[in-house]
Design a binder for this molecule. Structure first.
Ligand code: HEC
Length: 111
């Protein structure tokens, strides 16, 4: 019985370590297994939104950020934000999500 708390602690640690890879796997699954994204809003909803709609990353919509700025950050990473390589988000899908975000209005209600 005295082992139980240790097992729970270990499980919590393992869960925490698995969180980011699972998030990335969820993004892959969102491409419906064929590696094709369904446009900029799809990439945003399935990848960026996990952080940028959850107060983990800053709000991106409604700021008219230049697409080249967005694509550079996604490819290279930026401080707390991980980089996403072309094997995960291809150039075409990245261009689409950058243009989508650049043109999107700010959300009606602030989160
Ligand atoms: C794992 C969480 C996470 C994901 C997923 C993520 N971002 Fe970020 N992003 C961040 C964080 C955190 C920052 C702020 C980094 C800092 O200031 O330390 C950031 C910053 C940015 C910035 C700079 C914002 C500014 O104020 O200048 C852009 C642009 C950006 N992200 C675009 C994207 C796009 C596009 C995607 C999807 C392809 C994406 N991010 C996915 C966490 C994430």
């Amino acid at each position: 019985m005295s082992l139980l708390p240790n097992r729970q602690a270990m499980r919590r640690t393992v869960n925490a370590c698995l969180a980011l890879p699972l998030l990335l796997l969820a993004g892959t699954a969102a491409a419906d297994g064929d590696g094709v994204w369904k446009g900029g809003d799809n990439v945003y909803a399935k990848v960026c939104g996990h952080c940028h709609e959850a107060q983990v990353g800053p709000q991106l919509k409604g700021r008219q950020l230049p697409p080249p700025y967005i694509t550079a950050i996604v490819r290279n990473g930026f401080r707390a934000m991980p980089a996403f390589p072309a094997s995960f988000i291809d150039d075409n899908a990245l261009q689409q999500v950058a243009e989508y975000l650049s043109a999107s209005p700010a959300p009606a209600t602030k989160p």
